[in-house]
Design a protein around this ligand. Structure first.
Ligand SMILES: [Fe+2]
Length: 281
C-alpha cells in the first residue's frame, strides 16, 4: 500500500513518496488508482512536471480529450489547457480569469463526460484561489429515502452555454454548435465500484427533464444543497508543485476568487472513461 493521508471529511487523499515525472510500474498505477477511486480526489505534493508527464499520468486511467473551448489549449499538446489570469502584452494566457468558478462537473455538457481531471499548480496566489471539492457519494447517502426514490430515474439537461454566461466567458458560435444541450441521469453507479452517487453540475444545469420550470428549479436546488454541505467538502489550498486529480463521476468542484494583481497558473488535462466502462456508466 502506498503511503497516504486522508485530507478531507471522509474523502480526498494525499498520496506520498511518488515522483510523477518518472514512469510508474503497473503495480504503482493500480495502487494509485485504487486510492484515487476510493477517495475521489488525490493530491500529490512537490512534483516537478512537464506536460508530457501530465499526459502520461492521465493515460494510466483513460484516453485524454481536447477541451472544446480551445482558445487556451496548448498548441503542441492540445489535451493540455492553461488555466490562468496572467496577461502577456495585453493578451490573456489562460482560461477562467481570477473570479469565482461556480460548482460544476467537468464536461457535464458532453455525451461522454469526463472521468478524471488533473490540475497541476505552477504559480499560486498568496490569497484565495482554493479549489473546493464536494463528495457526491456522501451527498447521495445523506438524502432521505423519499428523495432518493423521487430522483431515481430523473434526467437533467446541461449546457456549456449556461456556464459560459454565468462565468462571462466567450463561447464562439462553432463551439456552441459543437456542444448542444443534452441530458444525463441524476443518479449513477460508479463504473468501477458498486457505489451510487449523484451526477450533477449546478453551473451547467438547465432543468430536470419532464418537469415544469418551477418544480425543476426547486428539485435541483434541494439536490444541490446536499452536494455542497460543508461536512462533505474538501478545499485544497494550492502550493506550487501540487498535482490534484479528481473523479468527475463522484465529485463536484468550485474555485474561490483571488486578487487580480496576484498571478495564478495551472496546467490542466483530463481523460475519458475507457470505452468499455463508458458504455456501462
Ligand atoms: Fe472544472
Amino acid at each position: 500500500m502506498m503511503e497516504h493521508t486522508i485530507l478531507g471529511p471522509g474523502f480526498a487523499v494525499e498520496i506520498k513518496s511518488v515522483d510523477l515525472s518518472e514512469e510508474q510500474t503497473p503495480e504503482a498505477v493500480n495502487a494509485m488508482r485504487d486510492l484515487w477511486l476510493q477517495h475521489k480526489v488525490a493530491v500529490f505534493r512537490e512534483q516537478n512536471l512537464e506536460d508530457e508527464d501530465l499526459i502520461r499520468f492521465a493515460e494510466y486511467f483513460g484516453p485524454t480529450y481536447v477541451y472544446v473551448r480551445d482558445q487556451f489549449n496548448d498548441r503542441q499538446r492540445p489535451a493540455i489547457t492553461i488555466i490562468s489570469n496572467i496577461e502577456k502584452a495585453g493578451r490573456k494566457m489562460g482560461d477562467l480569469g481570477d473570479g469565482e468558478v461556480h460548482w460544476h462537473t467537468d464536461q457535464a455538457y458532453s455525451r461522454e463526460g469526463s472521468f478524471g481531471t488533473i490540475l497541476y499548480g505552477v504559480e499560486i496566489p498568496e490569497d484565495g484561489g482554493a479549489t473546493c471539492y464536494g463528495d457526491l457519494a456522501q451527498a447521495y447517502e445523506a438524502m432521505p429515502a423519499p428523495l432518493k426514490t423521487e430522483i431515481a430515474d430523473k434526467l437533467v439537461t446541461y449546457s456549456i452555454a449556461r456556464a459560459a454566461e454565468t462565468q462571462k466567458l466567450g463561447l464562439p458560435e462553432a463551439q456552441r454548435r459543437a456542444k448542444p444541450p443534452l441530458s444525463h441521469p441524476l443518479v449513477r453507479t460508479h463504473p468501477y465500484l458498486d457505489r451510487k452517487a449523484l451526477y450533477i453540475s449546478p453551473n451547467h444545469a438547465l432543468h430536470v427533464d419532464g418537469m415544469d420550470a418551477e418544480e425543476s428549479a426547486a428539485l435541483l436546488e434541494e439536490v444541490h444543497s446536499y452536494a455542497t454541505r460543508p461536512e462533505a467538502v474538501y478545499c485544497h489550498q494550492w502550493r506550487p508543485g501540487d498535482l490534484v486529480i479528481h473523479d468527475n463521476t463522484s465529485t463536484i468542484h468550485r474555485r474561490d476568487p483571488f486578487p487580480a494583481e496576484q498571478r495564478r497558473l495551472l496546467r490542466r488535462t483530463g481523460f475519458l472513461l475507457p470505452e468499455a466502462e463508458r458504455a456501462r456508466f
